[in-house]
Write a protein that binds this ligand. Structure first.
Ligand SMILES: C[S@@+](CC[C@H](N)C(=O)[O-])C[C@H]1O[C@@H](n2cnc3c(N)ncnc32)[C@H](O)[C@@H]1O
Length: 206
């Protein structure tokens, strides 16, 4: 009961606030600078990427009903057409090889079955299409922080709607048959050490 209240009434607003740190907003701008044409964003959340798109139309997919509701104002205020869909990346409602560009900003950490979602992204992406992402990830060069990420992930999943602190997204993408056309790691300012290691990447189908 209390947890449901937290998830429905408190978490969406908390998320909306936390996801707007200056370093995260800078990363959004950097990622979306190169995104043009027909775009699908998975895990649209409250719509914090909208100011950075230079597109005519966006398909914005979000499974969480409360985040979907909270995003409605941003969707209506957007200066371009937004098709706001309530659905999961684990079962994308699109045809094979039909989407030019797919975007994920801090969404892959929260998808329960990431392998299935990456297979779905692979399926719907056009052969020459690009998947653009920025995600917080597991440390590969800091054993103590990596261990802490493993210890804290069960708690993080409860307080942050399924978010894993310890995913090796680079490996998950490689295993899903994506090749990297751009990739770099950075540590975001203003965030706790345990969640500040970021992967910025653009990948295509092998
Ligand atoms: C940390 S939030 C990030 C929100 C947003 N992408 C942003 O940059 O502010 C994680 C997002 O992933 C979404 N998510 C969780 N499971 C998902 C799934 N199976 N398919 C698509 N999105 C999912 C959540 O509902 C939430 O919007």
């Amino acid at each position: 009961m209390i947890y449901k209240f937290y998830q429905q009434r408190i978490f969406p607003h908390l998320l909306n606030k936390v996801m707007q740190t200056p370093s995260m907003m800078d990363a959004r701008a950097e990622l979306l600078r190169k995104v043009k044409g027909q775009v699908l964003e998975i895990g649209f959340g409250t719509g914090l990427n909208l100011p950075f798109y230079q597109v005519e139309q966006l398909i914005a997919l979000e499974p969480n009903a409360d985040l979907y509701q909270l995003a409605q104002k941003n969707v209506l205020d957007a200066p371009f057409n937004v098709q706001h869909i309530q659905a999961s990346a684990e079962k994308l409602p699109f045809a094979d090889h039909s989407i030019d560009q797919i975007v994920s900003t801090w969404t892959l950490c929260s998808i329960a079955n990431l392998q299935q979602a990456l297979a779905e992204i692979y399926r719907v992406l056009k052969p020459e299409g690009t998947f653009h992402l920025v995600e917080h990830v597991q440390y590969h060069d800091h054993p103590t922080l990596k261990k802490l990420q493993n210890i804290l992930t069960p708690m993080q999943k409860v307080i942050a709607d399924g978010c894993h602190l310890n995913r090796n997204i680079e490996l998950d993408l490689s295993n899903a048959n994506f090749k990297f056309i751009e990739k770099y790691y950075f540590d975001a300012d203003e965030l706790p050490k345990v969640g500040c290691r970021m992967l910025m990447a653009r990948v295509q189908k092998v």
